[in-house]
Design a binder for this molecule. Sequence first.
Ligand SMILES: [Zn+2]
Length: 324
Amino acid sequence: MDSNQNVVYEGPQAKIASLTGSPLWGKSVQDVIEAWVSQGWIHKGSARPMTPYGLGPLVVHFIAQDGRGIIWIPSYGGEAGSDFLYDQTLTRVFWVLWKAGVKVLLVGGTSGVAEWRKGEDIIRPGDIVLPTDFRTSPDHRGLPGTEFATVWPKYDLTLEDPFCTELAAHLEAEARRYVGGLIGRVHTPRDVRVALVVPDGITYETNFDIEMWQAICATISQMKPDKPPRVTLHGDCINPVLARLLGIHVVYYHMVANWAQGASDVGIVDTLYPLYLGNFTKVALEMEWNLLSTLPLPDGESCACIKSLHVAPEVFSAAMTQGE
Ligand SMILES: [Zn+2]
């Protein structure tokens, strides 16, 4: 992949950033900025920095009341009309996060749930889910042309607890504030082990795709009766592999917007549009403001985010063709 590594980053610095997208699609970028400023943040500026891979995403820079710098990259860096996964969008986004010095990354997504269970406690549209892990994807790659282009042979990066368990406690407490009003239930890895699945195509899955995931999850749950059941959420999963390689703690929540294709008689957009335009935006605006203002920045190696990146013996690299 062509890249110009002479490009110098000219955007803001911040230890904490948000890439939150569809939970905020009920408001324009400008409306979101105005809402957060009205609650007390200072809007320092918005600009698209150049990256080695082309013009970067819109980077919105705020300063919180206590002086904390915060970056928000609207909608995962997606540009209107561009194929999000195939246009190097996330390569540019992560280069910005790396150069900006981001250590904690908040991501809010929305999804359809491929529930196969019955009963009161299942995941439904209108709920918030803290995912357990995700299906790995060929799109979860490194930063070409940099020391983070790939993982092997320099590191062994393992993916137990890919989402920061230390910060998830703060996220759960914040999400529970909306239960009984704007949100149905909050589901955590203690109750149900939810894997995020990114659709392989440019739209929703087929009935077969979802039936396949339901069957897989029902079987896994039967195989491992001592663990919480498995369910998949279908939507975004912003490269947790590269985040871990860069030493970034990822705090991920999903707002469930709909039943996945064929999982219910209720149509996808019948719940999705009202939730996007109503409760989700209200909750995400407040929740993000609170979390970005107050989330602690983990300093040690207490969570898997840092502990599971192992530096491999140097000889592994010497066993390969040497670069120029
Ligand atoms: Zn962590």
